[in-house]
Design a protein around this ligand. Structure first.
Ligand code: SF4
Length: 356
């Protein structure tokens, strides 16, 4: 047995030797996918539970925001540019994919700079970039705003649905209905925000947090570190993913976010409005803010009938406990966003959980 396999075996034995009940939540959609793909959940004993959390940005985009964007793209003078995962996310009556099939100009891009290029190429149209993601993706959008300003591109704007992770984690820890003993914290987001926000949460709620990488060995080690803390009655923030995450995070990326965006209350699908969890462009960039430019007011949130995405995203139920899972709702015909995004918990469970 090589060293890696031996270490993996030791970690697994350490985890399996835990004898008290423990529920851990993986916050990040990439972890959800990695855990589902590795089959880890199936080899853990029933008293060690892995719950999935609200860390898929597509899944938590509010239906009201999707509805507002859908209303915008019905204007034939508008080109909307977004990431591929957003296309099939259901709004109240439609999705961007359906709107495109009806003739709206909705384009998929890999970077906000693609949207700026499209704006330069189409000066007679208004080009809106749908800015989605957590602290990891926001700096690139801020820098694109700066470039648009410097180049004087007047027909470009950003519809920001960017969100920040720590306020959602605070909501989870403070909800007495959610039984979470510790958090498997996101690697990519933490590379920007560092360890401090988790230290504050760990101390305030007396529950451990471990910033974890995405390989199976990383995840096993992260779970082991959380279990060890629980056994020692500790509640600290630790970094397992040391090869990528520095304790101080990335101050340059945080400065870029702070330069272009400010924190505002934001509605998360299924979770409600979370104070200071959204990022809106600062007033000095109002001319590049699509919400201001097109006078968009918040739309009412109409729940999707039968969809339990909110409870899944809060770790209150497992995806298979939704009555529509695998019946009315599948990756080919998704009802809720958790089945649409490739990082959504329902899609991950559907793809990788063996049928009983
Ligand atoms: Fe929503 Fe479908 Fe998941 Fe149910 S199975 S929670 S409807 S995405």
């Amino acid at each position: 047995m090589n060293n890696g396999k031996k270490y993996q075996q030791d970690l697994l034995e350490g985890i399996l030797s835990a004898d008290e009940n423990i529920s851990l939540m993986e916050v990040c959609g990439t972890h959800t996918m990695a855990i589902a793909k590795s089959g880890l959940r199936q080899i853990l004993p029933p008293h060690i539970k892995l719950l999935s959390g609200p860390g898929c940005p597509v899944c938590v985009t509010s239906q009201g925001d999707i509805d507002a964007i859908i209303e915008l793209v019905q204007n034939e003078d508008i080109i909307l540019v977004t990431f591929g995962d957003m296309m099939r996310v259901p709004g109240t009556r439609s999705s961007l994919q359906e709107e495109r099939s009806q003739g709206s100009d909705v384009r998929v891009a890999y970077s906000p700079l693609d949207a700026l290029r499209i704006a330069r190429e189409n000066p007679q149209k208004e080009v809106i970039f749908l800015g989605i993601g957590f602290e990891t993706t926001t700096p690139a959008v801020g820098l694109t705003v700066q470039q648009a300003r410097e180049e004087g591109v007047k027909n470009f704007s950003v519809f920001s649905v960017h969100k920040m992770v720590p306020p959602a984690l605070e909501l989870i820890f403070s909800d007495p209905e959610i039984q979470v003993d510790g958090l498997i914290c996101p690697g990519h987001v933490s590379a920007v925000i560092g360890v401090e926000p988790y230290e504050i949460l760990a101390q305030k709620y007396n529950r451990p947090c471990v910033i974890t990488g995405f390989e199976t060995l990383d995840i096993l080690e992260g779970i082991y570190m959380l279990i060890k803390q629980k056994q020692k009655r500790q509640a600290r923030a630790e970094i397992q993913y040391r090869r990528v995450v520095k304790p101080e995070g990335n101050p340059v990326a945080r400065e870029v976010i702070a330069r272009f965006f400010e924190a505002v209350p934001a509605r998360w699908r299924g979770l409600g409005v979370i104070p200071d969890s959204g990022l809106k462009l600062r007033d000095e960039y109002a001319d590049l803010d699509a919400r201001k430019k097109f006078n968009i007011t918040e739309m009412e949130e109409v729940p999707i009938k039968g969809c339990a995405c909110g409870e899944v995203l809060m770790g209150k139920i497992m995806p298979a406990e939704c009555p529509l899972f695998g019946r009315g709702c599948t990756p080919l015909q998704p009802v809720g966003p958790c089945m649409v995004s490739h990082e959504g918990s329902c899609a991950a469970y559907y793809r990788f959980t063996p049928a009983k």
